[in-house]
Every structure is written in C-alpha cells, then in structure tokens.
Design a protein around this ligand. Sequence first.
Ligand code: FAD
Ligand code: UQ1
Length: 450
Amino acid sequence: MTPLVAVVSSPRARLFACFLRLGAQQADSLQLHTGAGLAAKNHYEVLVLGGGSGGITMASRMKRRVGAENVAIIEPSERHFYQPIWTLVGAGAKQLSSSVQPTASVIPSGVEWIKARVVELNPDKSCIHTDSGKEISYKYLIIALGIQLDYEKIKGLPEGFAHPKIGSNYSVRTVEKTWKALQDFKEGNAIFTFPNTPIKCAGAPQKIMYLSEAYFRKTGKRSKANIIFNTSLGVIFGVKKYADALQKIIKERNLTVNYKQNLIEVRADKQEAVFENLDKPGETQVVSYEMLHVTPPMSPPDVLKTSPVADAAGWVDVDKETLQHKRYPNVFGIGDCTNLPTSKTAAAVAAQSGILDRTISLIMKNEKPMKKYDGYTSCPLVTGYNRVILAEFDYSSQPLETFPFDQGKERLSMYLMKADLMPFLYWNMMLRGYWGGPAFLRKLLHLGMS
Ligand code: FAD
Ligand code: UQ1
C-alpha cells in the first residue's frame, strides 16, 4: 500500500493540499509517538478511544483546550482511512491509495498515540485496559470506536471474497474487488445488498448500484445486465424528498428493487446468493449472480457490547443533544459507535465534533452543556460518474439543506464537491478540528432564514 498520496484530484487543490501536508509531515517528524505505548503515561486529562474520523477530530479540538501533552489517542491501526471515497474506488473513479494516510501523520503533533486495542472499559474507576496489558486512567473519556463489520454473519463469508465476481465497498480489503467484478461483468444478474442491521452511510449500498449501471451503459453491457437491489428495509431511503427522487431514477434506469430481502449466505464457488424474506419467516430464495456487491451486517464494537457505557443494544449511551454519557458525566461519545438516532456518517461526525467540543469545555468549567446537536447528517447520493443528489437532514428526517437550490436534483457541482472538495476538507480541516459541519454556511447562504 502506498501511504502518501494526493488526496484531491484537481491540480490546484492538489498543490495546495501538498503544501499543507508537507507542513504537517515536517511537524510530525519532530514529534515522538510512543508506538506500542512503551513510554506512554498511565493517566491523561483527555483520553480518546479510536483514531478514526471522530477520534482524530476530537483529539485536535481537545489539544487546543487542554494542551497536547494532556491528550492521548488509543488506536491500533497504522493506517487512517477516508472511507467515503471507497464508493468511488469500487466504481473505478478513484484509486484506493487516495483514501489512506499513515495514522502517525494524522495524530495531532504532541498528542500521545498509544498503538493498542482497547479491551475493557471501567468507567466506575475512570480507566480502560489495552491488549498490551496496560491500565490507563483519565479525567475525561471520548469514545469514538466506530462500527464493527460482521461479514462472518453471512454464511460463506469472508472466505467467499477469494472468488471473483464479488466485492464490498465497506472494507479496505474488498473494495477493489468491486471494481474488478464490474470490469469482469459479462451477462446476468448484478446484485446489490443491504443488511438487516444499522449500518454506516446507509446510502452507500445503492450508490454503487447507480455507478455500476452507468458503467455498464458506458461499456455497452447495459442490455446484458439485470440490476437488482435486494434490501432488508421497506423503503429506498428514510427521507421522503430524496426517496422520491431516487424512485424516479430507479424507474427511468430500469433497476429492480426487492424489499425485505436479507442476504444470509453466499455460495461464491457457484455464484449464488441466498436471501431470506423478512416478511415470511423461513422463506428463502437462491439467486445466481454475475456480480455481487455485499454490504455486511454491522454492530457495535465487541468491546462496547459488554461494557457499562453501552445501552441495551451495545451502543454508547449518550444524550442526543449534548453527546455526554447518560450515566457517566466524564464520558462522551461521538460517531458510529453511539446511539445518536441519526444516520451514521462522517458528515454527522463533523457536526457532532463542534457540539461535543462545546459540551466538554463547559463540563470542564463545571458549567451545564448548552449547545444542542440537531442530528445533522449528510449523504451524497452518487447516482452516476458525474452526478450527486446531496441529501442533508436532521433528527426529524426533514431536509436541512446547505445550498440555496434544490438538492433533490442530480448535480455535477455536488459530484465535484463529493469527489474533490470533501476529501480536501476532511484531511486538512476536519481532522485538524476546524470543520464542525456546514451549519454556518447554510445560515449564510439562506441569509439567516433557516
Ligand atoms: P471510524 O472512522 O470508523 O473510526 C473508528 C476507529 O476506531 C478506527 O480507526 C478503528 O481502528 C478504531 N477501533 C476500533 N476498535 C478499537 C478498539 N477496540 N480499540 C481502539 N481502537 C479501535 N460518510 C459521509 O459523511 N459521507 C459519505 O459519503 C460516506 N460514505 C461512506 C461510504 C463507505 C463505503 C463507508 C464504509 C463509509 C462511508 N461514510 C460516509 C461513513 C463514514 O466513513 C463514517 O461514518 C465515519 O468514518 C465514522 O467515524 P467514526 O470515528 O465513528 O468511526
Ligand atoms: C460534510 O461535512 C462531511 O464531513 C467532512 C462529509 O463527509 C465526507 C460529507 O460528505 C458532506 C456532504 C458534508 C457536508 C458539507 C457540505 C459543505 C454540505
């Protein structure tokens, strides 16, 4: 894997990004990370669990609040991924390398990186345990452990990925297999699945379907492809405005959508997928495929499922407005691992980071948290190689759009934002704690009307 790569594709933006990253890397080379955590302290004012989107973003913000030497991040992975671009990697529109940076380069300088896995949380004693046998205590804890991919809950996976014609944009290991399956497609069923669990970026399972359809059209294979979206859900999308727009596209492009169909088995050697009908228990259907895109079942990380910080379903149990834990006032949660009742996206993490920053700063001063998260989340619904419907909505599943035009329409401008602007914003602003979502832009563009 090539670690250092351009993260944006327009030449001017690339130059600018290069310039900024060079600065960051020089700063990094001066910084001492502890690697396996050998020299690490055993107490921090702010301890962050997970060095993904939420963890790095919050560590940057906490560094500004309490100083770098008082913040640590526990993260086992050497590589940090910008996952939203995997939709385009699976469709051959971006390189996988553009989604990766070394973890060392995104840890804010001076913040301790404890390269380990959290194996136990003990919030009653304000400490955690790592797989390297360390106990680390904290004054404030931020949990940002993401969501777990459970491919093994589908019979025949993950080993089925060793066969051709099957891929999954949800994992760094399998996303390039989607592109290979697309290119190898000859004739038959192209099947796209949506599991029977909460997932991150709930639009991604169908984005790759629209991109595949466009690819088949571009390469003269469209008439040979029967394109099927088998979803466990009963609707195409949870927000009516965007669901209506997607239904129109589905009809125009002759795509088949089957509801309440849950993938339970893949017989990759025979190119067969088995679905259960969620409305008729016990009824299954075997469908042969020429290409299969799997969105795996997902669940809270195992370490949380049995932890006192979890709700009954295993998610970090936080107040939906302040992101403070409901029972442990010095514990906070952000992102996919929480029970915030909104769609799990990096855009939501950005908005949550601004709120959580304010919540913690007030708690640190023994004041009451005031700023309230409205559930803002966003899903750029990629509907082709140069088209995006930019869905943005809140806790009430009502559109909360940034731009003063109808975002329910497919637009080139929104595609360029998704493909080029967002990665730049993510690496250079969000992870450095300078992007709290587009609320200010929305207010500006709507002249204070919303
Ligand atoms: P993550 O970024 O996943 O980070 C979790 C971190 O916790 C990881 O680094 C992991 O290694 C670490 N970890 C896990 N267990 C442990 C442990 N026991 N100890 C220590 N560390 C641990 N979002 C959008 O906004 N727009 C999009 O268009 C979009 N498209 C997407 C498309 C795809 C295919 C995928 C996969 C995701 C997409 N997302 C999108 C979702 C977005 O990537 C996530 O919602 C976001 O990364 C969540 O951030 P997080 O910090 O909660 O979790
Ligand atoms: C966003 O803030 C964000 O976080 C960085 C994303 O994650 C990749 C997004 O996809 C989107 C759409 C937003 C929202 C930003 C704007 C400017 C509408």
